[in-house]
Every structure is written in C-alpha cells, then in structure tokens.
Design a binder for this molecule. Structure first.
Ligand SMILES: Nc1ncnc2c1ncn2[C@@H]1O[C@H](COP(=O)(O)OP(=O)(O)OP(=O)(O)O)[C@@H](O)[C@H]1O
Length: 200
C-alpha cells in the first residue's frame, strides 16, 4: 500500500496558496515527518492525505480500500477501563475472541513499552503513557494509513522522549505513517522528512 501526491497544492482563500507542487509517495512501513513553519499547512496536508479534504490542485492516489486513521493530539480514553481493554476493543470489533484479543493487545502494548501497564486504569497513566497508548490502539485498529498530528505538542521533554522512542515502533507495523511535528526529536525518530516550507 502506498499513497502518492502528484502536484498537490492548497490554499483556503483565492489567490493565496499554503503550498503547491507537492510530489511524494508515502510507502508502507515508512514513518514520514511532515515539518514546516507554523501555518505552512501541515494539518491541512494531513486532512488531504486522509481524504477529508480535496486539494485545490493536483491528485492524491490511494487504493480504494485504504483505511485512514487519525491520531489526535490529546489522548482520550475511558478513565476506569484498563489499558489492555483500550487496545483489545479494535480486535474484538473485528471478531477476535476475548482471549486472543488480550494476547494480541498485550503484544502491541509491549511494542510501545506499555506491557507493564496493561492492567492499569486509563486514568492512572502519565501523559507520555497515555499518548503511547493512543499509538498502540491506532496500530491495533489495523489502518492502512495513520496520520499523527503533533504527538508531543502537549508534553514535557522527558515525556516527549518516551513518545519519540515509540515512533520507531510504528514503522514495524507496516502501515503508511505521516507525523506532523515541530519537534526536532520526533523528526529524527522518523525515516523520512517532507518539509512543507519548501513548497510555498
Ligand atoms: N478550514 C479552514 N478554513 C480556512 N483557513 C484554514 C482552515 N484550516 C486551516 N486554515 C488556515 O490555513 C493555514 C494553515 O493551517 P494548518 O493548521 O494546516 O497549518 P500547520 O502547519 O498545521 O500549523 P501549526 O504548525 O501551527 O499547527 C492557517 O493559516 C490556518 O489558519
């Protein structure tokens, strides 16, 4: 699975373009950092990749069956539910029985350094743990394309470092991942970079 942008440009008002002429293929198993100054259109391009927004110019090539998944900046969950349950839900929704959903959820949690927190309640997690849980749950949902908007924006430095270490685990999942970020360490944790500042 891959998603390709050909000559993609967008702007919100007539005449002024945020970016133009973006040509890029995003491949599965690759985590791309989407960088650029504030207001350069990173979130806008994520929405275009997700198919939520049609670009003013150019073409987005994506297989018909492509399932995009958006990971939000603010972690959310059910306060009293266990961490394991949050990851098991997408497996159960796809028809797994409880036992195999738990086994597979535990494997995913381990990949994101959360195996030891599997039986904690969501409300007991630190900010970095909660953000890593969002990435783990997203992977458990088996998307084709994962769009991650500023995963470290709300976090202090050491918590952000935890999340950045988890970024590498995203590549192992074989999903197309695009991470909009201002964080140099997040950028360094990704395999590729698309700098929107170069397409003004
Ligand atoms: N729905 C909309 N209608 C009109 N203008 C919009 C809309 N969404 C975003 N914009 C404008 O488009 C520009 C780019 O916004 P966008 O959020 O994509 O940038 P960004 O690079 O993600 O910024 P940041 O790094 O600050 O999050 C901004 O000037 C923003 O105000």
């Amino acid at each position: 699975m891959s998603v390709t942008l050909e000559g993609v440009g967008h702007g919100w008002s007539t005449g002024s373009e945020l970016f133009h002429g973006v040509d890029r293929t995003f491949d599965e198993g690759t985590v791309t950092a989407l960088v650029g100054p504030s207001g350069s259109g990173k979130s806008t391009l994520l929405a275009i990749l997700a198919g939520m927004l049609r670009p003013r110019h150019g073409t987005v090539r994506r297989p018909d069956h492509c399932r995009p998944l958006w990971v939000f900046q603010n972690p959310y969950g059910v306060a009293r539910r266990r961490v394991l349950d949050h990851v098991a839900m997408p497996f159960l929704a796809r028809g797994a029985d409880r036992r195999s959903a738990d086994v597979r959820s535990f494997e995913v949690l381990e990949r994101f350094g959360l195996g030891h927190r599997a039986h904690a309640r969501f409300a007991e997690l630190s900010g970095g743990e909660a953000q890593r849980l969002m990435l783990a749950r997203a992977i458990a949902s088996a998307p084709d394309l994962m769009l991650v908007d500023e995963p470290t924006a709300q976090l202090d430095r050491s918590t952000a470092d935890e999340v950045n270490r988890a970024i590498g685990a995203l590549a192992e999942s074989g999903v197309v991942v695009v991470v909009a970020t201002h964080d140099e360490d997040t950028r360094a944790a990704c395999d590729a970079v698309l700098d929107l500042g170069r397409y003004r």
